[in-house]
Design a protein around this ligand. Structure first.
Ligand SMILES: [Zn+2]
Ligand SMILES: [Zn+2]
Ligand SMILES: [Zn+2]
Length: 391
């Protein structure tokens, strides 16, 4: 059975010995964030880390080196046929739907009177439907760092055989487009070292008493006497009392090795799955600000999910085609180097937008109803200050 099976970090770990790929194929260079070059004061000295084939650039402390994936060997993506001409002129919402959405909008604002929404007279309903193209790239990235924990008899396997390459270690990929993280102790990298913090003593001098085990008696302030020439009852005339933090021992168990004197030193592999998403929304001239549209969904008119997508072609709106080309190219150059692309998805949604004009007290006003959710935007709502009037 696998020697790490008692470690919770390795629950998903099931590598077979045959999975090892010789490091002679060339250990990948690592990308180091600058912070990893200067380990914190409590970081173990580099001499504590053995040289592990395939992991030469691994350092201790947070922000370990990111490992570029091996070059993928998949075929170039093939062009996909474009979607059918979608129904651009989807039926606009009815006046009843627009009014109901508008009333709900007024009711959600506690200081808005709902009278204009209920009694305003709708004079026109204009569609300004638009398209949203979205590209999602689901990536996996891997990084390593030296770690340590108190040694309590865990399996020690460094040099039993060369460690598997960082990208050869199997992991349980979460569902596509769902973020996730897994930390795995790299097999055949664990060794036992003397604790660097306590120099293998297992204990460190108590900071409270500077290692003496006692401190000045708080009752007599060190004199051993109380009022006149009476002996101090608290320290029995010693002038000092036992240190509470260390029970008079002058030292405390080392936090780093928890008193074990030794550390298990090993390489941790951190695997992270990320969904990287970018949108392009076709500009429309309704006057509704683009940022409102990020909160709503539309009717999906195109969906394509593959290992690597080819930019959508033949879509009637030329700006969507151009945006798809730009985003697909940007994502590939951005995520290719430092991560492995697991899956890509491109979608086009038709977002309905209706501009509603209405009359209220002889004045013309307007509001927008947009998205599948019938969201409402009404910046010139005419009766917003009933609270202010009371104040
Ligand atoms: Zn005393
Ligand atoms: Zn002490
Ligand atoms: Zn220690």
């Amino acid at each position: 059975s696998f020697p790490f099976s008692n470690s919770s970090q390795n629950r998903n770990y099931g590598i077979a010995h045959s999975g090892y790929v010789p490091a002679a194929q060339g250990a990948p260079a690592m990308f180091h964030p600058p912070a990893s070059e200067s380990p914190g004061p409590s970081a173990p000295p580099a001499s504590m880390f053995d040289s592990m084939p395939g992991y030469e650039g691994t350092v201790a402390g947070g922000g370990g080196g990111f490992l570029p994936p091996p070059m993928p060997a998949y075929p170039a993506p093939q062009p996909e046929p474009g979607p059918d001409q979608p129904h651009w002129n989807i039926p606009s919402i009815t006046e009843d739907v627009a009014r109901e959405a508008f009333i709900q909008f007024a009711l959600r604002h506690c200081c808005y009177s709902s009278a204009p929404a209920k009694d305003g007279v709708i004079t026109s309903m204009q569609p300004f439907n638009t398209y949203r193209y979205r590209l999602e790239t689901f990536t996996e990235s891997r990084s390593t760092e030296w770690s340590h924990e108190p040694y309590n008899g865990q399996p020690v396997d460094a040099y039993a055989q060369p460690p598997p390459g960082p990208w050869d270690i199997p992991a349980k990929t979460p569902s596509f487009f769902m973020a996730g993280k897994q930390i795995i102790k790299v097999p055949y990298t664990s060794s036992v070292k003397s604790c660097h913090m306590c120099l293998g003593m297992g204990r460190k001098p108590c900071r409270n008493c500077a290692g003496s085990g006692n401190k000045v008696c708080w009752v007599c302030n060190g004199s051993g006497l109380r009022q006149g020439h009476q002996q101090c009852h608290h320290c029995h005339g010693r002038g000092r009392e036992n240190c509470n933090s260390c029970q008079g021992r002058g030292s405390r168990p080392c936090d780093t090795c928890r008193g074990q004197q030794q550390l298990l030193v090993y390489i941790n592999l951190t695997i992270e799955w990320t969904n990287n998403s970018d949108d392009y929304v076709v500009e429309q001239s309704s006057g509704l600000q683009m940022k409102n549209l990020s909160k709503v969904s539309g009717k999906e008119v195109f969906r394509d999910s593959q290992h690597m997508v080819y930019p959508v072609m033949g879509f009637p709106d030329r700006t969507v085609v151009l945006a798809a080309q730009r985003l697909v190219s940007e994502h590939q150059s951005k995520y290719f180097q430092t991560s492995r692309i697991i899956q890509q998805r491109q979608t086009i949604e038709l977002i309905p937008i209706t501009k509603v004009t209405y009359m209220w007290k002889q004045k013309s006003h307007m509001f927008f109803v947009y998205g599948n959710e019938f969201a409402v935007n009404a910046e010139d709502y005419p009766a917003t200050c009933c609270c202010c009037a009371i104040m």
